[in-house]
Each structure stands twice: as C-alpha cells, then as structure tokens.
Design a protein around this ligand. Structure first.
Ligand code: UD1
Length: 340
C-alpha cells in the first residue's frame, strides 16, 4: 500500500521540474509527472529513476486538455498537491508569437485551477518569475515591490497567472517568483536542455566553452553597475527545487495563499559570471561585448527575507557551485552525444 503523499508535477521533465521531482522523492513524496514533452526529453526521466533508484510514474499529456486531465486525476485517488511548472518561457519567442504564450500558459493554468477545485486538492504551487517586477525603482525587490506593466507576453502570462490563482484559491497556494535559475544536479545526470540556440546566459556560456557556439556576446557594458554589465540574482536549480518542497510543507500548516521571492539576495554581473566560470572550471571563454539586448533590465535581485523566515528556506549554493555543475552537465551531454 502506497502511503506517500501524491504530488502532481506538470512539466516535471523540464529543467526546474526534473530537479524538483528528485527533491520531492528525497523528502518522502510520491511525484507523478505530467508533461507533453514539447520542451523536454523523455530520457531525462530514465536518468531521474537512476538518480533516485526508484520508478517514476509519468504521463505524456497536455495540461490544456481538461477531459484527459480529469480522467487522469480521477484514476489517481487522493492527490495531496499540484506543482504547476508546465509553461513556455522564452521572452523573445513570446514577443514574436504572443498567442502561442497566451494560449498555452493561460489555458493550462485555468485547466489546472479547475481540476484543483474539482478534486478539492489542498495545495498548489505555481512558477512565477521576477519578470513581474520589471525594472524596479528600489533594490532588492520584496514581494511588496509594485508589479510593473509587463514588457513581454511571457511576463504578462506570469502576472495574469498570479492574479488567476489569487482570485481562485484563497487557502492553499504558493506562488514562487523565481530569479535566474542556473546550474544542474551535482550528479551530472540531469540539467537544462535548451532547444536550439540558448537565449539564457549560462547555457550559452557552457555551449561556447565546449565549442558548439563560437563566441559569447555580452549584451552591453554601459549600464549603471560596477562593471557596466547587467546584474541578476542567479540561483542554483537545486536550491530552487528545494523551495518547492518547503512550499508544500508550509501549506501543511497554513491555509493561505502566499507569494515568495526565490533568489539568493545577491546581484551578480554578467562579467563576474564569465570570470567565475573560467576560474572554477579552468577553461577560457571566447567572449566580446556587444550592444545592449532589447528588453533587458539593468539590474534585479531579491530580498529573500520572507522565504527565509516563513518558508524556512535559504539558498545553500553560490554561483561557483552552480557554474561548476552547469559545466559538468555540459560535459556529460557531450559525452552522451559521442557515445550515441
Ligand atoms: C529572462 C526573463 C526571466 C525568465 C528568464 C527565462 C526578464 C526580465 N527576464 O531572464 O523572467 O524567467 O529569461 O528564460 O524578462 N546575457 C548575455 N549574453 C547572452 C545571454 C544573456 O550577455 O548570450 C545577459 C543578459 O543581457 C542578462 C543576463 O545575461 O543581463 C541574463 O540573461 P538571461 O539568462 O537571458 O536571463 P534574463 O533575461 O535575466
């Protein structure tokens, strides 16, 4: 008889989802993955099984499909919670194809919320983003920092998503505003798998270092920061994954709906990331400074007091560990390609 609390993890084969599934298993939960594999690979789940020495149940289903999801949930018995990761996340793509983002991110969340109500599921954890703050006037940002007009359809789906949850669930939801997730599992077995050319800094760094990309372009060194490059709050994906477990535990004892920043509290510049990557991994990176990227904000980092005190969560790792793990993962993918 299985008596671990069942947690549905939509997008559980993705970057943050897969790391969270590992942490859930380690914390004694029974995660059940629902993923349509539109931006993830099924073999990652095999790796997750190896890593946890357990069998992981997953369903290849699209979260937007209410009937299929309803049937699936009906067959699962008691569901203790849902962690909803499944969403598109490319800022640039969302500007080019806004309806793709509104259709996918909003409808899948509406479907999940309906199912949470239908099945009286007591806990929901939602992936939001620091993008909701835009360029804040005051740093670090707290959860009370005003949300700015969204600069991309992607950002708008996160703002609307938060509103949808606040309107629907008054008792039993946690909204996590992620800062910049980076790194990989220290085992080297799972990590980020960008499709095509990465938009994000760290996968671009690792792909340049391994020779897939010729050169990293640093977007602007004329910002009003210590070295002129943008500042972000980079958080190790394993730390971020652990915040989801803490969110479930928080909902054990609290019938509320709360929003938390999940970052480290430190603003790190792009150049500092590049230099740290070179130092910790002892590799040289080919890079050059180019003009600013449209839509980038100058700087953002989190005030994490609320998550520290209420969720009892704090980031354990810094960028050194994250950049070491990201490189280890890139080397692993390379190894896998060579032996395929
Ligand atoms: C963006 C979104 C964030 C989203 C994340 C996921 C905003 C404000 N932020 O984060 O909400 O969750 O994408 O995709 O919309 N950089 C380079 N060269 C590169 C790539 C990046 O210099 O090749 C720089 C950027 O200018 C930026 C930093 O690295 O200063 C981080 O960029 P990136 O990893 O793309 O994340 P954000 O834009 O911060």
């Amino acid at each position: 008889m299985e008596n671990r609390p069942k947690i549905i993890v939509t997008g559980g084969a993705g970057f943050i989802g897969s790391h969270t599934v590992i942490e859930l298993i380690e914390a004694g939960y029974l995660p059940i993955i629902i993923d349509n594999f539109s931006n993830s690979q099924e073999w990652i789940i095999d790796r997750m099984c190896i890593l946890t020495q357990s069998k992981i149940t997953y369903y290849s289903v699209d979260c937007k499909s209410y009937e299929t999801m309803h049937e699936l949930f009906s067959g699962l018995g008691d569901i203790a919670g849902v962690i909803h990761f499944a969403a598109f996340k490319s800022v640039g793509e969302s500007v080019a194809s806004p309806l793709k983002y509104y259709n996918n991110n909003i409808i899948s969340l509406a479907t999940i919320l309906q199912l949470v109500l239908d099945f009286k599921i007591p806990k929901l954890v939602f992936s939001s983003s620091c993008t909701v703050y835009g360029q804040a006037n005051q740093l670090p940002v707290t959860e009370l920092t005003p949300v700015k007009a969204a600069e991309s359809p992607y950002g708008y789906t996160k703002q609307v998503g938060e509103q949808m949850i606040n309107d629907t669930i008054k008792e039993g939801a946690v909204i996590l505003r992620y800062f910049n997730p980076i790194g990989a599992h220290s085992s080297g077995l799972i990590g980020e798998l960008p499709i095509g050319k990465p938009e994000n800094l760290v996968p671009y760094i690792t792909q340049t270092a391994i020779g897939i990309r010729k050169q990293l372009q640093i977007y602007g060194n004329d910002y009003n920061t210590s070295d002129g490059t943008c500042l972000r709050d980079y958080i190790h994906v394993v730390d971020l994954a652990k915040a989801h477990v803490k969110a479930l535990k928080f909902l054990d004892d609290n019938n509320t709906t709360e929003t938390f920043n999940v970052g480290t509290g430190k603003g790190i510049s792009v150049l500092e990331m590049v230099k740290t990557f070179e130092t910790v991994n002892n590799v040289k990176l080919n890079y050059k400074i180019v003009p600013r990227r449209e839509g980038d904000i100058e700087q953002i980092y989190a005030d994490t007091t609320k998550a520290n005190s209420i969720l009892k969560w704090k980031a354990q790792y810094g960028i050194k560990e994250a950049l070491r793990d990201a490189w280890n993962w890139e080397l692993n993918i390379q190894q896998m390609k060579l032996s395929a």
